[in-house]
Write a protein that binds this ligand. Structure first.
Ligand SMILES: [Zn+2]
Length: 154
């Protein structure tokens, strides 16, 4: 286990959440500082519930992979930054009292969404570490293997 593995799973989570929600991705890079997933659409144009899912997708990926208890995870600034960003968005939109319930509900929804997709997360993370950067078409090629259903809002 190493930090780069944890980071690659975290970024794969952002990629997978965006892919399932139909949000176009430009690329994901392990070598940029900090590592990042870049979207081809301004996330501000997307409804807040989907935006929260994409932002917390990194957290959810390491959660379903059983990594959130790892020391490496606790050292990751990306995790904290995402949680803070999500927290600010919720507070601004719905007020302080909504923070815990909405963040918890989003995390639960993501864990449900990802729990049978650990294979896709591992494969994305494998190629990301190998290639360092994955473009939109490479991501699509990889994820087509898994025949994933788009996320349907109930
Ligand atoms: Zn992140």
């Amino acid at each position: 286990m190493d930090l780069e593995y944890v980071i690659s799973i975290h970024e794969s989570g952002h990629v997978l959440a965006a892919y399932l929600l139909g949000i176009p991705i430009q690329f994901v890079s392990l070598d940029s500082n900090p590592p990042q997933t870049r979207y081809a659409q301004d996330l501000c144009e997307i409804c807040i519930s989907k935006r929260l899912m994409v932002i917390l997708g990194g957290w959810a990926a390491t959660e379903v992979m059983g990594l959130n208890r790892e020391l490496w995870c606790k050292q990751m600034e990306g995790h904290d930054r995402d949680l803070q960003q999500a927290g600010h968005m919720v507070k601004e939109k719905w007020g302080e009292h909504s923070l815990t319930p909405i963040i918890c509900a989003t995390k639960r929804a993501l864990v449900c969404l990802f729990c049978d997709k650990t294979c896709a997360l591992k494969t994305l993370s494998f190629y990301l570490r190998k290639c360092r950067i994955l473009t939109c078409s490479q991501i699509e090629e990889i994820l087509l293997l898994f025949n994933l259903e788009p996320f349907a809002e109930s």
